[in-house]
Design a protein around this ligand. Structure first.
Ligand code: GLN
Length: 192
């Protein structure tokens, strides 16, 4: 299985480490030519969504990736990655791939709560560690989007068809269950 990890900015290396530990092959996506091989899944890491959105467009990666996502490529998106997928960003005109029917609020926990750690139950997986780093949350999830986890009444994980969006960073926790869940979902899709 070959997973492409968007590597133009942000916390991509940690995802690669985790996916490799689980036996998946990873490659970094930095330019159009990186998209020429087989890609069974895509990781959109945390970082700064405005910077990533700009780089994606400048590097000519935006449209090909948007098309892949829209046509069903499995995606694991964390934090800024979730913002890239969101159909709407609260209070902003900008949007990026806009393939995930949610409204996200950026930097949503206020300055002092910008980064925190907690544990909460994620549907299909169980209680998982959650590191929030200047995180967004999902303000509203549209019909068809399955809410997978909430923290203090706020949605922090959703799934919609091929897209898994998380407000937190599972790649820094040392707990591989979310990545494993993602890889399993790709395997069961290809077996179906
Ligand atoms: N605050 C960042 C943004 O708005 C997201 C932070 C993160 O990915 N850890 O893009």
């Amino acid at each position: 299985m070959r997973i492409g990890v968007l590597a133009v900015q942000g916390a991509y290396a940690e995802h690669e480490k985790m996916l490799r530990a689980l036996g998946a092959e990873c490659f970094e996506i930095r330019q159009q030519t990186d998209l020429s091989g087989q890609m069974d899944g895509l990781v959109l890491p945390g970082g700064e969504s405005t910077v990533m959105g700009k780089l994606l467009r400048e590097l000519g990666l935006f449209e090909p990736l948007r098309e892949e996502i829209e046509s069903g490529l499995p995606v694991l998106a964390t934090c800024a990655g979730l913002i890239l997928l969101a159909e709407k960003i609260s209070g902003e005109e900008d949007r990026h791939f806009a393939t995930l029917p949610v409204t996200v609020k950026r930097n949503a926990y206020g300055r002092q709560l910008g980064s925190f750690y907690t544990e909460a139950v994620m549907k299909h997986i169980g209680k998982v560690p959650m590191h929030f780093i200047r995180a967004p949350y999902v303000e509203t999830a549209g019909s068809g989007a399955e809410v997978l986890a909430q923290v203090d009444g706020r949605i922090v994980a959703v799934r919609f068809r091929n897209q898994l969006g998380l407000a937190f960073h599972p790649e820094v926790s040392g707990d591989t269950r979310i990545h494993s869940y993602f890889l399993q979902s790709i395997l069961s899709k290809s077996e179906a």
